[in-house]
Design a protein around this ligand. Structure first.
Ligand code: NAD
Length: 289
């Protein structure tokens, strides 16, 4: 065998050995999850589901009081801790991961869920709206993914990063420039990080919900009124309106989004990375605005 071939063979053997050492996804009961924006709505439902599956959960949110209530509901310090964090702050994100490691010994799963909506028509969208929207969703999830990857790489056990992105990051919803563009940024972070972190056994996937009105602080805090005006329906009928425009004629609840996070991280999707799962009862498939 020529020298160059020998080298190639050795190289492939080395690669194979590396692949054999690659940690298989572990059951949620052995894992620690940090969920941003877990004090309310979809994030709270995800925290509840991961906790019910046995994971230790870090409830990371800037709404400290509600985060503490969620952590207490999940069983207190041995099962869940609340961490006050503004996801736009590099220092606070680093501190949140430090607290997670101190509380539970590591982090294996990050859910980038924290978000707001400053949806308005283009000509009413200020530069400040644009910056705030992107700081929380694009920068915030970049920071949490980076810190999570740092911890996971040091642990050498692989891991999961899940982005709660949106149908609006793929399709053009009405009057949605700041929010939709920030969601599109998150969607591409999923693909870029899946490509970069795959060899560490870190899978990166997205979930794209739509029309989760009930339980959503975003909808209750002004977005509902804005969307109701866009679609020409009374705000109290918005949930029904969203359900009726789906292919399945079903209302999407926070728990349905949590089911998708579980499927990606604790179910059988061990060889899936870089994917976005729609949880919208068929809206994106039918390209309904
Ligand atoms: P929500 O308001 O109930 O939850 C958002 C949480 O994020 C809140 O607890 C809030 O305190 C927290 N948060 C906001 N800014 C933060 C910051 N800077 N630092 C830390 N925490 C912060 O809203 P929701 O509807 O549950 O939305 C959760 C996620 O799902 C968001 O990213 C949203 O864009 C996304 N999403 C929601 C829908 C929907 O229909 N509700 C659809 C698609 C995507």
């Amino acid at each position: 065998i020529p020298e160059s071939e020998k080298f190639r063979i050795e190289y492939w053997e080395l690669e194979e050995a590396k692949l054999r050492r690659m940690p298989a996804p572990r059951p949620l009961a052995t894992r620690v999850a940090l969920v941003t924006g877990a004090a309310s709505g979809i994030g709270r439902a995800i925290a509840r589901r991961l906790s019910a599956e046995g994971a230790c959960v870090v409830v990371a949110d800037r709404n400290t009081r509600s985060a503490e209530e969620v952590a207490a509901e999940l069983g207190g310090p041995d099962k869940a801790v609340a961490v006050a964090v503004d996801v736009t702050s590099e220092e606070e994100i680093a501190a949140a991961f430090r607290e997670a490691v101190l509380a539970f010994g590591g982090v294996d799963l990050v859910v980038n869920n924290a978000g707001i909506s400053l949806s308005r028509p283009l000509l009413e969208t200020s530069a400040e709206d644009w910056d705030t929207q992107h700081r929380i969703m694009a920068r915030g999830s970049f920071l949490a993914s980076r810190e999570g990857a740092r911890v996971m790489k040091a642990q050498g056990l692989g891991g999961d990063i899940v982005y709660i992105a949106s149908k609006n990051g793929v399709f053009a919803g009405p009057d949605n420039i700041a929010y939709g563009a920030a969601k599109a940024d998150q969607a591409h972070q999923v693909r870029l990080l899946a490509a970069e972190l795959g060899e560490l056994g870190i899978r990166v996937n997205g979930v794209n919900p739509d029309g989760v009105v009930r339980g959503s602080g975003i909808f209750a805090g002004g977005w509902g009124a804005q969307r109701a005006a866009v679609y020409g329906v009374p705000e109290e009928k918005l949930g029904e309106f969203y359900a009726q425009r789906t292919l399945l004629k079903r209302e999407v609840l926070p728990e349905h989004v949590a089911n998708a996070v579980f499927a990606l991280t604790g179910g059988d999707l061990s060889h899936t990375t870089g994917l976005h799962i729609p949880v919208d009862a068929g809206v994106a498939a039918a390209f309904l605005r």
